[in-house]
Design a protein around this ligand. Sequence first.
Ligand code: OSB
Ligand code: MG
Length: 373
Amino acid sequence: MMKIERVELSLLYLPYVHPFETSLGREEGRTFIIVKVFGDGLCGYGEVVASQAPLYSYETTITSWHILEDFLIPLLFKAGLSEPEEFSRAALKFRGHPMAKAGLELALWDLKARALGVPLYQLYGGTQKEITPGVSCGIEDSLDELLRQVEGYVREGYKRVKIKIKPGWDVEPCRLLRKHFPDLPLQVDANGAYRIEDKERLKALDEFCLLMLEQPFPPYDLWDHSRLAREMATPLCLDESILNFDSVRKAYEMGACRIINIKVGRVGGICEARRIHDYSQVHDLPVWCGGMLESGIGRAHNLHLASLPNFLYPPDLSASKRYYAEDIIEPPIELTARGTILVPEGPGIGVNPVEERIKKATRRHAVYLPSNY
Ligand code: OSB
Ligand code: MG
């Protein structure tokens, strides 16, 4: 069994190529944590997707840092854990903080796959080696600007578009995009901005033949999602409400959604994501891989997860240049001429983190050794 000799955390900031606005707010760039675990002369990389502010979920970069430093990293050193499944099980004793747990678990998976010399998707049982991704478009200052953005993405080859909606920015943007792109697979994401009182407004979206409506109501509100689902033709998809395997089972049993967005950070790691995937497959509940505007490290991890067989809708997983002028990996993630992304074949995540770019973006750094605890 491998021994983890050192863990490093780096807090990075990368500016976006274009501001990203959702019903939760507008951001010009992203603050996130890169986790590195060292053992047997190898390094595994993970990414913590918690944001600087507790908007999408209660976690923040600083709460994740604290949980990693004071509780999760000591698990590796004190209990001598290095297997991702063992770590995942041991970390369950701490409540919550799924993004912190996932970041470290991802690094352990990468390390394990590198030690075995195989790409991650092989460890996971992934079957899809070429993935058709979608692009997630923020709320723009005008309909003209939204149209310009979407036209650009379609020209670049994206085969599915998601737009962010909120009350007052919903029916009109959908009507406009449908007028210009009658056949484009299109979906919308509200990030919980509506209430059950807005039911009729949401039902008006049925006329646009959307692939799905994602998370209209707040995370805790499975019941109102099930009420809306009974009255809408558009399939509902849950993102923020899906916190673990158990919330999937309950959402399914309540009829609160017909599609599941899996984000490895939100559900607390690959082990939990795979449990959700396997349950969904048995219950004819398609899943897809959501994104958190990850750096290339987190996005490469997402690609391997999205290769599992029941990931049946396009992931929110775009090329590096959709997000950042200079990604922190080489080669960058790119679209093929077919508008697809190839799952990397190299060991582990299969892309190379560029240490000098990581260093340039780092705002805070710490090294953890067994002797620190
Ligand atoms: O709700 O899917 C979401 C980004 C940050 C927080 C929440 C969400 C998103 C996205 C981005 O939609 C998708 C991507 O990474 O391309
Ligand atoms: Mg979402």
